[in-house]
Design a binder for this molecule. Sequence first.
Ligand code: FE2
Length: 178
Amino acid sequence: MNIIYKIISNFINNKSLYIGEKITMSEHMIQSAMIAEKAKSPNSLVCACLLHDYGHFILEDPDKLVKNKLNGKHEDIGYEYLKKFFKEDVVIPIKYHVLAKRYLARNKKYYNLLTNASKISLKLQGGILNKKQSKDFEKQNFFKNVIKLRKFDEAAKKTNIKIKSITGYKKLLISQLL
Ligand SMILES: [Fe+2]
C-alpha cells in the first residue's frame, strides 16, 4: 500500500514540465489516463497511461538529459521499478511505449505530427525501426495496448483542459497492484 501513497505524493510534488511542452509531467500523465478512460479502455491500460512516464520522476533531471543529448531510458527505469508492484498488463505497455513511437514513426503522417521535442528524442531513442525490428515488435505481448498507450500519450499535451486530481485515481491504482 505504501507505493500508492508514494506515487500520489510524487504526482502532487513534482512540478517539472513535460519536456518541450507547456504542461507538467503529472498533468501530462493524468491527461493521457483521462483520454484512455474516454476511449473506454480497461483499467489496466488507464493505469499504464497514468504511470507511463513515471521513470521521469525517478530520473533526476529529464530536461537536462535531452539538452545533453543523452537518453535517460525513462521507460526502462519506470518499468524496472513499477513491475515490483503492478500487473504485467500495466507495466509491459510502459516498457514499450518508446519503442511504439519508433514503430509508428515509420508512417510519414505520424512522424510529421510529432512535436519538435518528440522528433529530437526519437533520434536519441534510436530512430525509426526497420522492417525486421517492426515485425518482431508486432509479436510483443500486449502489442495493441502498447500502441494505444502511445497514441493516448501523443494526444495528452493539451494546455487548455481541466485535469483530474491524482487522488481520484487512488482506487484504480490499488486495483492494479500485484
Ligand atoms: Fe508521455
